[in-house]
Design a protein around this ligand. Structure first.
Ligand code: AKG
Length: 325
């Protein structure tokens, strides 16, 4: 363990420079870690060859063809049925980089496969996935074909990971209200996204475009602002896989749906893509089952929905409204 002075990721710690100087890492590793700490991202070769990547791409043709023809198409958690996707998320090369950067065991927990550019609005992943202690999360974006400025590449704002974490309360929205899907979509797609855009303009943050080659990848820190560029060549593919990672010994929650101030923590049900095991929430090494009102509400509402056909609708609605109070 190189990082000792604080319970934050090493690369986000105020003691990072001193600890890096005193570490016995190789010069190359030191440069890699330092670049990530300064910029919030790192680019590297995954080592996956064309044979492997082409096989992965072929295996995703059918699933992609089944998607509706609409903007922002992607397949979430294809690792559950596709072993190539699982292998990318659990790649030793990737995991070794993450161990080096975070000094903790990484937990791949979600994959997203894109047939074309997402054109997603700029955001920080922290509002979707945060941890206690904070910032033990990152994304790894793997190019499964050459990325050009025209096929909707990823964009990102170097150094923006050093911004404060903006929670829904900072945006002026109650995260816990978002238990309703409609409200959650509006709060994120309108309030949050506009808020981030205003910050970019107010601070004059400079955007960069990621044009990497097939087999290369970028790691971004939890709070690095990023999104998808416009697709300039209509119909162009942009075959990519994003895997999201947490790190062990944390509590994992979704700030977009939570309200810590009123003791409502929205936890996700996660599986470690490498081991296939359920991810347990830990606090200072001890397994905990955080009990929060929101979690109780969600499980109760889910359970009620399953048996609601057995009772009069009015009764079910009354019970739901009591549970949600
Ligand atoms: O690949 C993209 O265009 C955006 C991906 C992204 O923003 C994410 O996975 O958080």
């Amino acid at each position: 363990m190189l990082q000792e002075a604080t319970n934050l990721p090493w690369i986000e710690s105020p003691f990072f420079e001193k600890e890096l100087r005193e570490s016995d890492l190789s010069t190359a590793d030191k440069a890699f870690v330092k670049g990530f700490a300064d910029n919030g991202y790192a680019i590297f070769d995954t080592g996956f060859d064309d044979v492997f990547i082409d096989a992965l791409n072929r295996s995703m043709i059918d699933p992609f063809n089944k998607l509706e023809k609409e903007e922002g198409r992607r397949i979430q958690d294809a690792w559950q049925f596709n072993e190539y996707v699982q292998q990318v998320a659990a790649s030793d090369v990737v995991l070794q980089k993450l161990r080096l950067l975070y000094q903790r065991e990484p937990i791949p927990f979600q994959t997203l496969n894109f047939p074309e550019g997402s054109q997603q609005k700029t955001h920080s992943d922290m509002v979707h996935f945060n941890s206690i202690p904070q910032r033990f999360m990152c994304g790894v974006w793997v190019a499964l074909e050459d990325i050009t400025p025209d096929n909707g590449p990823l964009h990102y704002y170097p150094g923006s990971h050093k911004l404060p974490f903006y929670d829904m309360i900072d945006v002026g929205v109650k995260g816990s209200d978002n238990i309703e899907t409609k409200k959650a979509i509006m709060s994120y797609a309108v309030d949050y996204v506009n808020f981030i855009q205003k910050i970019i303009e107010a601070l004059g943050l400079q955007k960069q475009i990621l044009t990497i080659k097939k087999g290369q990848a970028m790691i971004w820190a939890a709070n690095l602002l990023h999104g998808g560029e416009k697709i300039n060549t209509p119909g162009a593919t942009r075959l990519t896989q994003v895997s999201h990672y947490y790190f062990e010994d944390c509590i994992y929650y979704i700030p977009r749906l939570s309200d810590i101030a009123i003791n409502r923590l929205y936890l996700n049900d996660l599986t470690n893509i490498r081991t296939g095991e359920k991810v347990v929430n830990k606090y200072f090494g001890k397994t905990i089952k955080p009990y929060t009102k929101l979690q109780f509400q969600l499980t109760t509402v889910k359970m009620l929905s399953k048996i609601s056909h057995l009772f009069p609708k009015e009764l079910v609605n009354t019970i739901k409204s009591i549970v949600k109070r």
